[in-house]
Design a protein around this ligand. Sequence first.
Ligand SMILES: [Zn+2]
Ligand SMILES: [Zn+2]
Length: 333
Amino acid sequence: MLRTLYSEVCGTDVHLRHGRLAGVPYPIIPGHVSIGHLAAIRGDITDIEGNQFREGDLVTFLDVHETCGRCHECLVTKQTTRCAKRKVYGISYGVADGPLGGWADHIWMKPGVKLVRIPKGLDPLTFIAGGCGLVTAVHATERGEIRLGMSVAVLGAGPVGQAAVALARLSGAHPVIAIGAPASRLAFATRMGASHAISLDVAPEERAAQVRALTGGRGVDVVIEAAGDPRAVGQALDLVRDGGRVVVAGQYTDGGDVSLNPHRQINKKHVEMRGCWGCDYSHLHRALELLVHQASVLPWGEAITARYGLERTNEALQAVESRAVVKAVIEPR
Ligand SMILES: [Zn+2]
Ligand SMILES: [Zn+2]
């Protein structure tokens, strides 16, 4: 059992509130990425180094659970985030399954949950500030294969976009162009490492012209789409250079169809498009390592612009939906 210290409110929770995710066993306890102290342990539980967990340890855990390790996706194509058996805390467990969400004072760690100790010196608030957005951005950056000296555009200035900007910067990319709204989020993206910021108030064609002007007329090597609006995918294809790469990470729910021009935007452009679905243990592990060693370089913790008790979760969801805050944190006690 984990005594919850913080859980977070992410865009997915807003989608869950509006019933936009398929197959969710409502009612649920929301909250997928959480941090807390181990309140009670039954049996021996060890981390990946073999070190035993003890009651009182400050830990987080991979919200993805029950990846089966025996299906075609797990064993043959090795994309465990597509395992049909996997469950996610706060999303695909219902209240009837037990206390399996972070917006609660305690969370049940089911057998086999992958716990990770929070290293000494890492502020729990800094961890939750990175949270699910950072873990997702680690995966998206990996899919984007961002290298030293590459030019990168990040679409979306929410938690995933902010973290993707930071990771592109830490990967040695330049320029790192953040495109999003509102102005307060773009200003924060600049502090997280964006060398340039372009507002959604600028018309899409003009945004593409500005990106080309920053990249010798070619467009960027990699676009990370973390916007959530399906129209961002068309924009991503207009911003990427010939032969560049687009990672679609923001379309976690079905936002509808968009029209593309396959000849002009994909085939002739020789472009590579990659989806990015969910996360596995490696992304959480690396996110934590990164925060331990790089937390002081960038203002991660300042992403949290509001903290809410359990009685104010509707307010927290509203603040995230209206983009009034970059990141809202639930503090159950
Ligand atoms: Zn599987
Ligand atoms: Zn999330």
